[in-house]
Design a protein around this ligand. Structure first.
Ligand code: FAD
Ligand code: DHB
Length: 389
């Protein structure tokens, strides 16, 4: 088979890139290791930046998001029981959209199916070849048979554990990484949210987050040690621990029920530079990871593929490689700002077992400054609702 752009991975990065390329008349084939149902079963991010929402609308996949998503004009930051609301609308005239990654993925899959663009699910042993030449290839197995896809360019959108980044010679990549000594234990429940807006809470026992998916479905997270055994956390233990970490009024309003999903996500900051090797371009989690505090992961995947789609459009339209050559530097400039924000939110709001009393005072001072300063609150709002692309 031959195509213009071979996209590895049908997560949000791969599917949205496919959609954007379609709008530019560029053909792409997506190879995904898992089934479509499996991809949709992964519960992940929930907050879309202002620009992500605009882009989904501009490429014709925003209809259900606009109908069912929840626009939020602010969020609550709570520190040892003291609450401070960040009012996005008053500070910046902006909002974010609460709409799950699963739903974004579902909408993109439906649009792709309707347009007849090719996605090959269940593609095993995907391998990338001849990346440094002018005729890259992708091989894979499906249904016991071997296949080959030739193309002009490969987009590595296959997440942190994918094959794309690993296909780049180690001496061509520079890795920057920080691993945090804890994870997030997340629970999804079919009960109304405890509060109308998201609450990020710092507590002596650890961080907690109240989020939601709809008026009747809530998503909660608590910080847990890195070696936590998921099975040891019964629903009751989770609810008890969450309540302890929330302001009293929110804890009292919390509606609990059986968890419909429960999982642990490790926390990591990671960047691979550059986001390109020859004809392979990395986008999304394949190139970088942020800790989830601040909800940047999905939104960064979106801004990467927005840059990449524009660069590919220029390549095919004008026979120019200028934007493709600039892609990595352009994407990384935004990536590092999101890395900084996610690291900062994580550091202020979590309990770090190894922190000295000085570092704990720094956390208190960060929150105090935020609470007392319109400038600091505006900076948070600007980063949270999304820096310009
Ligand atoms: P992914 O969504 O990881 O998609 C990559 C796709 O590539 C997958 O479908 C995968 O099956 C496929 N693939 C992998 N390897 C191969 C291969 N060899 N061949 C073919 N296909 C392959 N962000 C937040 O903002 N908030 C959150 O609460 C949050 N929670 C998260 C929880 C977990 C467990 C994880 C892993 C991430 C979470 N994130 C969260 C981050 C956010 O979900 C990601 O940033 C986002 O999914 C990135 O999209 P992506 O398309 O780049 O990668
Ligand atoms: C959600 C996840 C986040 O990481 C975040 O900062 C806000 C919300 C969520 O899953 O709803």
């Amino acid at each position: 088979m031959r195509t213009q752009v071979a996209i590895i991975g049908a997560g949000p990065a791969g599917l949205l890139l496919g959609r954007l390329l379609e709008r530019h008349g560029i053909e792409a084939v997506i190879l995904e290791r898992r089934s479509g149902d499996y991809v949709l079963s992964r519960i992940r991010a929930g907050v879309l930046e202002h620009g992500t929402r605009e882009l989904l609308n501009a490429c014709g996949v925003g209809e259900r998001m606009e109908a069912e998503g929840l626009p939020h004009e602010g969020t609550e930051i709570c520190f040892d029981g003291v609450s401070h609301r960040i009012d996005f609308r008053a500070l910046l005239g902006r909002e974010v959209m609460v709409y799950g990654q699963t739903e974004v993925t579902r909408d993109l899959m439906a649009a792709r199916a309707a347009s007849g663009a090719v996605t090959i699910y269940g593609a095993e042993d995907v391998a990338l070849h001849d990346l440094d030449g002018s005729a890259p290839r992708v091989t894979y197995r499906k249904g016991g048979a071997s296949h080959e896809l030739t193309c002009d360019v490969i987009a590595g959108c296959d997440g942190f554990h994918g094959v794309s980044r690993r296909s780049i010679p180690a001496d061509k990549l520079r890795i920057f990484e920080r691993i945090y000594p804890f994870g997030w234990l997340g629970v999804l429940v079919d009960e109304p949210p405890a509060a109308p807006e998201l609450i990020y809470a710092h507590h002596q026992r650890g961080f907690a987050l109240c989020s939601m998916r709809s008026a009747t479905r809530s998503r909660y997270y608590i910080q847990c040690p890195e070696d936590t055994d998921l099975d040891a956390w019964t629903d009751d233990l989770f609810w008890d621990e969450l309540r302890r970490r929330l302001p009293q009024a929110v804890a009292e309003a919390l509606r609990t029920g059986p968890a419909i999903e429960k999982s642990i996500a490790p926390l990591r900051s990671f960047v691979a530079e550059p986001m390109r090797y020859g004809r392979l371009f990395l986008a999304g989690d394949a190139a970088h990871i942020v800790p989830p505090t601040g909800a940047k992961g999905l939104n960064l995947a979106v801004s990467d593929v927005q840059y990449l789609a524009m660069a590919l459009a220029e390549h095919y339209r004008d026979q120019s490689n200028a934007a493709l050559d600039a892609y990595s530097a352009r994407a990384l400039s935004r990536v590092w700002k999101a890395e900084r924000f996610s690291w900062w939110m994580t550091t202020m709001l979590h309990r770090f077992p190894a922190f000295s009393s000085f570092e704990r005072r720094m956390q208190v001072a960060e929150f105090d400054y935020l609470r007392g300063s319109v400038a600091a609150s505006t900076a948070l709002a600007e980063n949270y609702t999304g820096l310009p692309t």
